[in-house]
Design a protein around this ligand. Sequence first.
Ligand SMILES: [Cu+2]
Length: 173
Amino acid sequence: MGELKRMSMMVALVFVVLITEQVCATQHIVGGSGGWDESTDYDSWAKGQTFKVGDTLVFKYTPGLHSVVEVGSESDYKKCDTSNAANSMNGGNDVVKLDKVGSRYFACGTSGHCSAGMKLKVDVVGATGSSSPSSSSSSSNTDVSSADQTHLHCFPLMASVSLAMVILPMFVL
Ligand SMILES: [Cu+2]
């Protein structure tokens, strides 16, 4: 009997952890309201964001005009060489899950677009959010907006945790 209670408590705990992880993950619309196009500066857009493991990128664009090609190396990214694509998408609402720490490189597959600046480098940091300052940039003007954003998305976490505190004792008693 006690075994059963312990098991159900564990299940509840796992459930809560899964929920909070999902709630806390941020969905980044690449380029903000401008989406994935030729007129957005993706370097400066990326600087205002914190990309954590578990977050997702969403590339929004008109299918046929653009595409999303993930390239495997920084040198390919710099050269706009999309011949060694790790992944390519052309649906116009393409979701990329950031599943591990490290750099990811994306370019538009339409001829000429990448060299015109339609490319994106993303540095993914650990989800536990030990907020390491954005690695390279020296002129990191306070990322108030991204901090707010993270806070906002993580707020339901508090709610979930307090909910768990109410629910879990029911299993223990
Ligand atoms: Cu393009």
